[in-house]
Design a protein around this ligand. Sequence first.
Ligand code: SR1
Ligand code: MG
Length: 394
Amino acid sequence: MSLLKQKTYQPLTNESAVELALDLNIFAGHATLSCKEIGDGNLNLVFHIVDELEGKSIIIKQALPYAKVVGESWPLTLKRAKIEAEALKIFKQIAPDYVPEVFYTDDVLAVTIMEDLSHLLIARTGFIKGETYPLFAKHLGEYLAKTLFYTSDYGLGPSIKKEYLQQFINPELCKITEDLIFTDPFVDADTNEFEGGLRPAVEALWRDEELQFHVNVLKKSFLSETEALLHGDLHTGSVFAGQIETKVIDPEFAFYGPAGFDIGQVFANLLFQVIANEEKRDLFINHVETVWNVFKDQYTFLWNTENKETAAKTSTFLNYQLSKFFEDSIGFAGCELIRRTIGLSHVADLDGIEGEQTRIAAKQKTLEIGTLLIKQRKEIKSLAAFITKVRELI
Ligand code: SR1
Ligand code: MG
């Protein structure tokens, strides 16, 4: 029986993914299709289906009822596929150049069928291979300004904002972030993973009460602020990049949260290259600067031209907003730096550093920078001060 008629969830295989594409008439009935499961993330199946003859291809992404990175012992809601598809559609309307097109979704099968982006590379993979993507930072700055403004009270007005707020309640995926970014790395949790050589540095983090206090303040912001619809997992593995194109994928962690969380994840994931890639350090520092400068300029433009809260549309309040976003971004970047170094789900930028001593030294620096950013985020009042602090520690 056709998968579409069955109305029960089942994980797709290469064969059933092709059947689904044919049932949906995405390809001609007589098309010869090839299909490969290419998912290399932590959570989902991803099928790449190609009609060589017509030169047409699609991606079918399917959520699994558990976290693939851990196994069936970590059950996970299938509702995340619906959240992801709905977030993709909203972000596509807001920032069409930077988001893939969704062709079809099915809540029961937890499936999203979308544009094939395989002519691009996952940004993290490209960076590690030596690419630098000249437009990456400008594009992400624009993406952040548009998505964080247009989904906020200032861009949406009070009614739609509250509808979205309800629609994007995402407790299970938020809990993953609450645990993996804000809790586990700062205590001796089973999910943590780090080399023996890092133990003294890690144990120092676990004893650092000032750090724990600041992380709890940031976690409270993550738990309770509803400034904008966030991507929620905006690391460089969630971005496809090329020389002229940038596409943000995978918003299954989308929820209403503090705007600085998305910006901070972008900062942190660029900082992994700043730390690991000595040769291109200045270039990646420049990417961090461009992300913030483009974000700030575009957000300011939208604030002045599209603001639905006329009473708040003053330069004083705009400056208050931007300073808050900046401070939050720096703090959240610090949490992401620490989590990807010693918690669950590391980054290849650091894990791939050859030579144990060099790798451990880079990871120690990452922990130091993360700690400093978290503790001193209120004192770091400008982009120049942020970059100076980073340069002092690397
Ligand atoms: C159990 S999920 C681990 C991580 O993978 C996702 O990409 C998120 O970053 C999450 O924290
Ligand atoms: Mg992901």
